[in-house]
Design a protein around this ligand. Structure first.
Ligand code: HXC
Length: 512
């Protein structure tokens, strides 16, 4: 019979064995590749000494291909819960040192367990992905495991935040779990995501492409828009998740944590008075406006490399977390196109699902003309943004800094689709179209150059201002740029008890 000491020793031994993952050699290989191990990542992600690991001794049940003799405690995923800034989070981290972090029936069950706990307790799930995909030796059991996870991703969507970091391979159908989460972070030159890899592509389409070009961090952050953030290394990725989480609530019944605000809420910024150029064709950087007005000038931008003609991200105003969506006149004149509409719409829906007020800064000349846009379906994609804004019931505050032309005026959180407070600067131009275009259409070619110039000036005077819209009550207040911070905070406070719900329905039919 084992004495007590032996029993504790055995426990200590198997504990240490589990923590070793796939062993020293494979850990060294992981480090050599510039990557941390699953446990090292979790340690950095969570507050010190808060990680509680579950299912540390789970092993797979496979018997084919000699697998019954090939077992590792934990079976390739480290899972459990812990805290970020004192707030509960659930986490799973695929351990590449054990069977390449691949998904077995047993380790899928571990992931499912934390996903179910997270839903019950109303806390986010953070997935650290680093895996060769389905565990080949397990066949359909592994596929079943994926589908069980996908189903939970969908059921959790809009209830608890789901955040994915891609820290190594993530290929084939495995990409669809992160794809259904709210945010994806990737690490430069060490992570990749694709449905079919370079070899298959070469065989089928004869295209030659590297893994990095096909599905690396920059590709998904700039070209495809699949990813939202890009980190230089694993450690930075963990820090970015911590920062992201600070802006969002733990579930859809809560509000984001209020942070004490030491930045003067009445701060006026004289430099804003001259930020918008008098010449409507001159660009300026919308980020200058955003970073000037938000608390401590801190703007956490989301998808900065994708569709930069729209800017999205999180900040705080008077300590309250807000989602900011802004046209960017410094890129393509801030025009709305397919990519920017999709980028904006998804962000608006995230904020709405998680009770985060939306601040819209508007300077938009309209939708981008061209066959590429029309053939690509700008009608349905532009409608996504319109739909998302109209559907959102969180506080919505809009500021028109300059152009609000045509359909884009309606789309960009206008009064008519439910914005609560609509501000404009005296520099705002709210009209069906720009003065030159309008005069060309109204008078065709019947004017001399001199007459045309006069007609343009008249049009601009009459329509390209905020006053017509203010007369009609479509703009609630015209403000000086220097007052922006205070005015936004005041409006946020006024709307803080907003209670609005849309008609009851199974779900709407957003034009996908
Ligand atoms: C079982 C696997 C595995 C897999 C890797 N390993 N992939 N074990 N099933 N799918 C094991 C290797 O045998 C090895 O074990 C260890 O993981 C590390 O793999 P290496 O090849 O040595 O590492 P590396 O050179 O870095 O290459 C990593 C890799 C490559 C690119 C991921 O292993 C690879 O291409 N694997 C196959 C990927 C794949 O085809 N997966 C199925 C896709 S279909 P040892 O013991 O030597 O350490 C899919 C469907 C999901 O995922 C469907 C969802 C709907």
């Amino acid at each position: 019979m084992m004495n007590l000491e032996d029993k504790y020793k055995k426990f200590e031994l198997i504990n240490a064995q589990s923590e070793l993952g796939g062993g020293v050699e494979r850990t060294e290989r992981q480090h050599k590749a510039g990557r941390l191990t699953a446990r090292e990542r979790v340690e950095i992600l969570l507050d010190t000494d808060t990680f509680v690991e579950l299912d540390k001794f789970v092993v797979h049940k496979a018997t084919d291909f000699g697998m019954e003799k090939n077992k590792f405690l934990g079976d390739g995923v480290v899972s459990g819960y812990g805290k970020i800034d004192g707030r509960l989070v659930y986490v799973f981290a695929q351990d590449f040192t054990v069977f390449g972090g691949t998904l077995s029936r047993a380790n899928a069950n571990k992931i499912i367990k934390v996903m179910d706990l997270a839903m019950k307790m109303g806390a986010p799930v953070i997935g650290l992905n680093d895996s060769g995909g389905a565990r080949i030796q397990e066949g359909v059991e592994s596929l079943g495991g994926y589908a069980d996870i996908f189903y939970r991703n969908v059921m959790s969507s809009g209830v608890i935040p789901q955040i994915s970091a891609i820290l190594g391979p993530c290929a084939g159908g495995a990409v669809y779990s992160p794809a259904m989460t709210d945010f994806i972070l990737m690490v430069k030159e060490s992570s990749y995501m694709f449905v079919t890899g370079p070899e298959v592509i070469k065989t089928v389409t004869h295209e030659e492409v590297t893994k990095e070009e096909l599905g690396g961090a920059m590709t998904h952050n700039s070209k495809s828009g699949v990813a939202h953030f890009m980190a230089d290394d694993d450690e930075q990725a963990m820090m970015m998740i911590r920062e992201l989480f600070s802006y969002i609530p733990s579930n859809n019944m809560e509000e984001a944590p209020l942070k004490s605000c030491t930045d003067d809420i009445r701060r006026e910024d004289e430099k804003l008075q001259t930020l918008i150029p008098a010449d409507p064709n001159k660009p300026y950087n919308m980020l200058d406006l955003i970073t000037t007005v938000v608390d401590d000038h801190n703007f956490f931008e989301v998808q900065p490399h994708f569709a930069p003609n729209i800017v999205i991200g999180f900040a705080r105003l008077g300590g309250r977390s807000v989602g900011i969506l802004a046209n960017q006149p410094a890129y393509l004149a801030g025009v709305l196109d397919i990519n920017s509409s999709i980028k904006g719409a998804r962000f608006v829906r995230f904020c709405d699902a998680f009770n985060i007020p939306i601040i819209t800064f508007e300077d938009v000349p309209g939708f981008l003309p061209g066959t590429a846009q029309e053939f690509g379906g700008i009608i349905k994609h532009g409608a996504k943004l319109l739909y998302a804004f109209a559907e959102a019931t969180v506080p919505k505050i809009t500021l028109i800094t300059r152009k609000a032309y045509g359909g884009a005026y309606d789309v960009m959180s206008s009064k008519h689709i439910g914005a609560d407070i609509n501000f404009a600067y005296p520099t705002a131009e709210i009209a069906v179209m720009g003065a030159d275009g309008a005069v060309n259409i109204i008078f065709r070619n019947a004017l001399t150059d001199e007459e045309k110039q006069k007609a343009v000036d008249d049009y601009r005077e009459t329509f390209a201002s905020p006053y017509k819209a203010a007369e009609l009550g479509y703009i609630d207040e015209i403000i000086y740029p220097r007052q922006t911070r205070y005015k936004l905070i005041e409006a946020l406070e006024m709307t803080s008890n907003k209670s609005k719900s849309n008609p009851s329905k199974k779900h709407g039919n957003i034009p996908l």
